[in-house]
Write a protein that binds this ligand. Structure first.
Ligand SMILES: [Zn+2]
Ligand SMILES: [Zn+2]
Length: 224
């Protein structure tokens, strides 16, 4: 969609847009190569959904035709959702989803897709949740295989690599804080968590002397 001004009025007009991809070089005269609109598809990037077209190049000299293949698309940073390529994802959307999951592990897929389903500038914003999930997992699985092939370390934990430094990071920090503060905190209760036995027995005796016990009746006091 594009914003067009006609008679002092702004209107949204549909425009066919091409997917930005790397183009293969062709040995013929570049002026004889024409580029036109190819197959339509759904494109999802970090800004949401766009309806785009694949570029199609035809050489008028030798009648050579080119439209991006899977390899061209993957090299340009895209990931196809299906074999017929009706939906393409920009891999930055998967990277952002992964990064957000690392920073905020409770982040739901629904919340992320809700953010992507923006409807600015006449776009429909429809993104299929299950297709997104499947494509994300496929992409991550392929990334893992690529990392294995290149012997890349996918994740290293600073607390246990190369040596185990802390059993509980939080526990160690508390220890340092207590040592630095140089004061002894008075506990709220005499016992660490549970009341002392003597205090409990005293309290039970106090209750027994003040409340009359009626045999055979499960309730105490005057309640009916
Ligand atoms: Zn040619
Ligand atoms: Zn670790």
């Amino acid at each position: 969609m594009s914003l067009v001004k006609t008679n002092d009025m702004f209107t949204l007009r549909h425009q066919d847009r091409l997917l930005p991809t790397g183009r293969r070089s062709h040995s013929c005269n570049p002026e004889g190569v024409t580029e036109s609109i190819g197959r339509p598809f759904i494109f999802v990037c970090i800004n949401g959904r766009y309806d785009l077209h694949l570029p199609k190049r035809v050489c008028n000299t030798c009648h050579y035709e080119w439209t991006p293949e899977w390899g061209d698309l993957i090299r340009s940073g895209y990931w196809t959702a299906s074999v017929n390529g009706d939906t393409l994802y920009s891999t930055d959307v998967f990277k952002s989803f992964e990064d957000l999951n690392t920073v905020e592990p409770g982040l739901s897929r629904q919340a992320f897709l809700q953010m992507l389903r923006t409807q600015h500038y006449g776009r429909t914003g429809k993104i299929h949740g299950d297709v997104f999930q499947r494509s994300f997992l496929e992409y991550m699985a392929c990334q893992y295989e690529c990392q294995k092939m290149t012997c890349e370390e996918p994740f290293s934990c600073p607390a246990c690599t190369p040596k185990m430094l802390a059993v509980s990071v939080d526990g160690n920090r508390k220890q340092y804080r207590f040592r630095q503060s140089q004061r002894i905190d008075e506990p709220l209760f005499k016992g660490p968590f549970i009341m002392e036995d003597a205090a409990v027995t005293d309290f039970v005796d106090k209750v027994r002397t003040n409340v009359k016990c009626t045999p055979g009746k499960g309730t105490c006091g005057t309640s009916q």
